[in-house]
Design a protein around this ligand. Structure first.
Ligand SMILES: [Ca+2]
Ligand SMILES: [Ca+2]
Length: 296
């Protein structure tokens, strides 16, 4: 495929400056916005334990991971229930605390209830894995915690940027240890996955330096279509493949480093580019071999 020669657009640097300035002054979303957006990880049967895991939910907002646990029976104090959650944040069984038969290498463990109350006077905390043991000298604390007496629900929220090695998904095992030594596990076997990045990342329509543009990004790849002849509608677009290299998320924006196949005469020619998604104004900016401004 042949494409026209692109000119470097100095507007791009101005756009980056304006976006970064905007990000710096954007207010953050309240961490206490806990009423919507939950994803149900699963429902566990009532196995007759004192509280007993019933439903586990999670959601991701920017760098914040929320976890909500619902019991079959209500608790009336923090000293009576005790939840342990093992988190494989790099999705790599070879790093962290190895859990046999679970295909899980737990890089962190999250404690909710009795352990938090007695050790730190909090609802919850996280310890990092040292391989065989845990780094008890550097606990990580929640950004937001919810409990109530009596209640069948508890919520914790952690800043993922405080954890090392976080990738696109977290594998986890939830254990209600309140009836020690008889445990209630979720899931019963294997592990459960919390996806941090949705399958469909973002879609935008707008204008580029070569015509109308449509950008579609999935979790690790995407495509940019340029329509140089608007009178043909969506016919005969130029298509550029995209590989997603890294995604940095905040409450206000996503900064996505990509490689774009700027193919000339049918030869592969991968070049770096950057996409900035302004989540406040729902605008998208692509700065690379082809520039684009669009609405998401
Ligand atoms: Ca259960
Ligand atoms: Ca791991």
């Amino acid at each position: 495929m042949q494409v026209g020669r692109e000119k470097y657009c100095p507007l791009a640097s101005i756009v980056i400056f304006l976006i970064l300035a905007h990000i710096a002054i954007s207010p953050t979303v309240s961490a206490q916005n806990i009423d919507s957006g939950w994803i149900l990880l699963g429902t566990d049967p009532d196995e007759g334990r004192t509280f007993d895991l019933k439903q586990i939910y999670y959601k991701v907002e920017g760098n914040l991971l929320y976890i909500k646990i619902v019991f079959y029976r209500q608790y009336t104090s923090l000293t009576t229930f005790d939840i342990h959650i093992f988190l494989d944040v790099d999705d790599n069984v070879d790093t962290g605390y190895y859990m046999p038969n679970r295909e899980l290498g737990a890089d962190y463990s999250l404690y909710i209830g009795n352990d938090g109350y007695y050790r730190y006077g909090t609802l919850s905390f996280i310890w990092k894995s040292l391989g065989r043991g845990w780094d008890t000298s550097n606990p990580i604390f929640a950004e937001y915690e919810y409990y109530s007496f009596p209640s069948d629900t508890t919520i914790v929220c952690y800043d993922l940027s405080k954890l090392e090695g976080v990738g696109n998904r977290i594998r986890a095992i939830f254990i209600d240890t309140s009836d020690y030594p008889i445990y209630d596990y979720f899931p019963e076997t294997g592990n459960i996955v919390m996806e941090l990045i949705p399958e469909k990342l973002v879609e935008a329509k707008g204008v580029s330096t070569s015509g109308l543009a449509k950008l579609t990004l999935e979790k690790d790849r995407g495509v940019l279509k340029i329509y140089p002849y608007p009178w043909l509608g969506d016919k005969l677009p130029y298509e550029f493949e995209i590989k997603i290299i890294s995604i940095t998320r905040t409450e206000a924006c996503m900064i996505i480093n990509i490689q774009m196949n700027y193919n000339i005469h049918g030869k592969e020619n991968w070049l770096p580019a950057i996409i900035i998604v302004d989540l406040i104004s729902n605008k998208l900016f692509l700065i690379g071999p082809i520039n684009m401004i669009g609405n998401i």
